[in-house]
Design a binder for this molecule. Structure first.
Ligand SMILES: [Cu+2]
Length: 67
């Protein structure tokens, strides 16, 4: 089941533009995802659409842990 609501994940490992790109590239292709916004300063990832579990898995696959 997918949702259109935006979800924000805290990802403390985000430290530079490389992290931003890696996470965006991993999450953006997920089914149902319409937007991915990574905030480098706040170390958060805000995802619109898609599934929660798949999003967490994609962030993990990029090499980062969701707090
Ligand atoms: Cu980085």
């Amino acid at each position: 089941m997918t949702t259109t609501a935006a979800r924000t994940y805290s990802v403390p490992g985000i430290s530079c533009e490389h992290c931003v790109k890696a996470i965006t590239d991993s999450v953006r292709p997920l089914e149902g995802v319409t937007a991915v916004e990574v905030d480098l300063g706040a170390k958060t990832v805000t995802v619109t659409g898609g599934e929660d579990a798949a999003t967490v898995a994609a962030i993990d696959e990029a090499g980062y842990d969701v707090a």
